[in-house]
Structures are given as structure tokens and as C-alpha cells.
Design a protein. Structure first.
Length: 209
């Protein structure tokens, strides 16, 4: 929703009703240099969205805030492992608040120290741009982390959403899918693709397949 028209949020939610989920970027201007939605706004998006919410927390102190976002009714709440000294505690708090839990890593963060957490989460998000702003170029050099997460999930025999976020377009989504991703966040390539959002979503699906 970072690429949507914030003054016409309900309209723009309806325009992507054929997507699998609404990806809502929560930024606090501390963990990343941008400021977006708070709990109240996410709750209102939840009330008006035709599809489930996938909330991505780019914030400090997820121990304090992640359960509040889970209690909005969001389907999944993902937080950054770089923002906490105890990611397992945050995972448990999200689950206790009634949502699926995900972990995310920035492009410069190694994934290996966090592979053990795959067993405890429903989603792992590999950032394919530096978090904070939409419209950035895709970073293919981070796709080895996607492959490592896929291998860990297969080793555990676990169903897992392996998500990539940043620079996803019809030109890059195939690379991410080939590396093992199965969940793709697309903003400007949906809302500013030069076609309707529904057509853009269909084109992305075809490119991924």
C-alpha cells in the first residue's frame, strides 16, 4: 500500500482485490528514515480491505508494538530481526495475539544466524532493497538468502511463505521465484504499471510462473 493513494485508500484496496494479500508497510522514522502508518490506520485498512493484511513492521521495539498490530486482525505480522535482541520472544507474542508471524532481514544482514527461527514462523521476508522507500531497484545479490531459507524449509518439511520485497516487477519476479521465493510484494509495479492494477497483478503472476 506504500504506492497507493493515501487519500483514496478504500478505493485503491478494491483495485487490488485479486491479489492474495495487502502488504502494509509500518515505518517509525527511527528504524528506517520514513514515517507511514500506525496501529489506528492499519486497523482501519483491516476494516475496509477485501483481502487479508500482511503487515511489515520496520520499527524499533517490536516487542512492544507487534502484538498491537496482530490484534488488528492482520493475517500475518512480520518484524525485522535487526530491531530486537530476542526475536523468538516477538514471534511468540505475535502468535499469542492471534496472527501468523514473520521475520525479515535487510539486504546487508546475513540470514544464517536466523535460519533456526524458520521452524517457528510462517513467513520469512528477504528485503531486495534497503527498507524505507518504494520504487527502488531490485538487488539480485541477496537472492542467495532466499535459496538458503528455501533449503531450510525443505529440510524441516515445513510449509513457509518466502517473501521478497523491493523492486519486484515483471522483469525481476522470475529471478526471485527461481531462487525459491513464493510470495512477492509489488507496489509501484502494480499501482504505476501503465495498466490497471488487476492487469498488473495478472502479469506478475504469469512472470513468476
Amino acid at each position: 500500500m506504500l504506492s497507493a493513494d493515501f487519500a483514496n485508500m478504500e478505493r485503491d484496496l478494491q483495485l487490488i482485490s485479486s491479489a492474495d494479500a495487502v502488504h502494509v508497510d509500518v515505518m517509525d522514522n527511527h528504524f528506517v528514515p520514513n514515517l507511514t502508518f500506525g496501529v489506528q490506520m492499519v486497523s482501519r485498512i483491516q476494516d475496509t480491505s477485501p483481502i487479508p493484511l500482511d503487515v511489515h513492521l520496520m520499527i524499533d521495539n517490536p516487542e512492544r508494538w507487534a502484538p498491537d498490530y496482530a490484534r488488528t486482525g492482520a493475517d500475518c505480522v512480520t518484524f525485522h530481526v535487526e530491531a530486537t535482541d530476542n526475536p523468538k520472544r516477538v514471534i511468540d507474542a505475535i502468535h499469542s495475539a492471534g496472527a501468523k508471524a514473520g521475520i525479515s532481514v535487510k539486504p546487508g544482514t546475513p540470514i544464517e544466524p536466523y535460519l533456526a527461527l524458520v521452524e517457528s514462523v510462517e513467513q520469512v521476508l528477504i528485503m531486495t532493497v534497503e527498507p524505507g522507500f518504494g520504487g527502488q531497484a531490485f538487488m539480485p545479490e541477496v537472492l542467495d538468502k532466499v535459496t538458503a531459507v528455501r533449503a531450510q524449509a525443505e529440510h524441516l518439511g515445513k510449509e513457509l511463505w518466502i517473501q521478497v520485497d523491493g523492486g519486484v516487477s515483471v522483469d525481476t519476479i522470475g529471478q526471485a521465484a527461481a531462487a525459491g521465493a513464493n510470495t512477492f510484494v509489488a507496489g509501484s509495479s502494480v499501482y504505476a504499471a501503465g495498466m490497471s492494477p488487476q492487469e498488473a497483478i495478472s502479469a506478475l503472476r504469469v512472470a513468476a510462473e
